[in-house]
Write a protein that binds this ligand. Structure first.
Ligand code: UDP
Length: 476
């Protein structure tokens, strides 16, 4: 295999979920797994996406594939290969679906390239996938595989992790491009109903929100001493680490954060200082620059607080070609800030050489934050929101896309106008001034995520979808 590569996440004991989700939910998960095995025998479930690390899809596959394996179901995860031109096209499709960019201008040569890269990947996949196997394709990067794999006799489900609540010229153009590819799948999954294009047969559409894993290095319990140690080790707070920044790896072995982050800062916050944090890829739609300017203009001079903008190392997310450009733009803008504001703002990139070490860094960053924000201009779901809520952090999120599904009344703050920097600054200041409210929001946030966004529901929905597919009705 030259193009397609397996990712083997370690098996994760499903029974560890029981204390978190309770006996009744755990029993449902077990019996769904048994029913699935009885119905599907040794058929394999294949997940196919375009990166093993960085971004929400990889984050979820790392976890869910491990649990499903432990439940005794044959499941595999494969990553396709594409070149820079291919990912430039898929990024335009990604932005287009969110209502931005120039997907309409994708020319026939670029469309041909998209098709031919995926046909080459499909040829390798067809050597692995047997008729009757289930193939779960993730996002526009894989849509062109649906036809070839359906022709090979697989049951093909295509999942879009992105979407916009309202159609626009850009989103119509991206969907028009994808339509012939996507239409070849037997069923489709979206994170929200409003993301579903009108031309899809709604009886074969499933709505399945994403989920987080309480035991991953990203979300596992971490005491404040360890969080401090990690932040000091990677260079995000002033002072010495004191102890080792340890975390538990998926295979149960202890890991330790040792690599430094790359930090751009004039000054570092002390361990006890308030910090506002946004963790995300360097993607324009996450609006790191907007967070920076909103903070500089409306918070920095009025409250004693720091801002940390944290994303992955820009060369490391294979399918995100704009990352480096967006990061450089933020850096250039940071340099032009007035010195007093600039001294409160850090730009941080975290190494992705070891995905779990990177996750432990994110865990420490989120846990240490006084407030976590996700001021996206568009957002499919926004796992970073659920991650921070799970950690009992008060979250200020834009009222866009899936963030609306996560921040229920009393569990965080929704910004009605994501581009309104003044409104954003005001929301930050209000929360900084009211620690009891921050605690209340954090507690409700944790409970809400436990109730709605832990992986068992996610897996149960997939099991129901696959059973319906097998029964040939695809009904939701
Ligand atoms: N993330 C990470 N390391 C980083 C930056 C981000 O692991 O350095 C993770 C983040 O914690 C979250 C995922 O990337 O799990 C981003 O998912 P989200 O749904 O928020 O956005 P997406 O990137 O899928 O648009």
């Amino acid at each position: 295999m030259d193009l397609v590569h397996p990712v083997p996440p370690p098996r994760r004991p499903a029974e560890q979920l029981e204390p978190v989700i309770g006996a009744a939910r755990y029993a449902r998960l077990r019996s769904a797994a048994n029913e699935f095995k009885a119905a599907f025998g040794d058929r394999t479930v294949w997940n196919v996406n375009s990166t093993a690390a960085g971004g929400g899809v990889a984050e979820m596959l790392q976890v869910l594939v491990g649990y499903v394996e432990d439940l005794g179901i044959a499941i595999r995860w494969l990553v396709i290969h594409g070149d820079a031109d291919f990912f430039a096209v898929t990024k335009r499709l990604h932005n287009g679906i969110h209502g931005y960019g120039d997907a309409a201008a994708i020319d026939p040569a670029e469309a041909d390239h998209y098709r031919s890269v995926l046909l080459a990947n499909a040829a390798e996949l067809r050597q692995l996938v047997r008729p009757g196997d289930i193939v779960l394709l993730h996002d526009p990067q894989t849509a062109g595989l649906a036809g070839p794999l359906a022709d090979a006799g697989a049951l093909v489900v295509w999942r879009s992790h992105i979407g916009a609540d309202t159609a626009s010229e850009a989103s119509e153009a991206a969907w028009e491009f994808l339509r012939p590819h996507v239409s070849a799948a037997h069923a489709w999954v979206f994170s929200r109903r409003s993301y579903v294009p009108a031309w899809l047969d709604s009886s074969r559409v499933w709505i399945i929100p994403p989920s987080i894993d309480p035991f991953s290095a990203k979300n596992q319990e971490m005491d404040s001493g360890t969080a401090h140690a990690i932040l000091a080790t990677i260079g995000l707070i002033d002072g010495k680490a004191g102890s080792a920044g340890r975390f538990v790896r998926r295979d149960g072995i202890l890991g330790e954060v040792t690599r430094p982050a790359s930090v751009i800062a004039d000054d570092l916050p002390g361990p006890g200082d308030d910090v506002l944090v946004q963790v995300s890829r360097w993607d324009r739609l996450k609006d790191m620059a907007g967070v920076m300017h909103g903070f500089a203009r409306y918070v920095a001079s009025r409250r004693d607080c720091h801002l940390s903008l944290v994303g992955p190392a820009v060369t490391d997310v294979a399918d995100d070609p704009e990352g480096a450009v967006v990061y450089r733009e933020c850096l250039a803008q940071w340099r032009t800030l007035p010195a007093p504001a600039r001294s409160r703002i850090m730009l941080v990139t975290l190494p992705l050489d070891d995905v779990e070490e990177n996750a432990a860094m994110v865990n420490a960053v989120q846990r240490h934050a006084s407030i976590v924000t996700q001021k996206s201009l568009a957002e499919g779901f926004g796992l970073t929101v659920a991650e921070a809520m799970w950690k009992g952090r008060p979250v200020i999120g834009s009222a866009v896309g899936g963030i609306n599904d996560q921040i229920a009344p009393g569990t965080g703050v929704l910004l009605p106008e994501p581009a309104d920097l003044r409104g954003f600054g005001l929301a930050v200041r209000e929360l900084l001034d009211d620690p009891p409210r921050r605690n209340r929001l954090g507690e409700s946030a944790h409970a809400y995520v436990r109730q709605n966004f832990v992986g068992d529901f996610h897996l149960l929905r997939y099991a129901a979808l696959f059973s319906a597919l097998r029964a040939g009705d695809g009904q939701r």
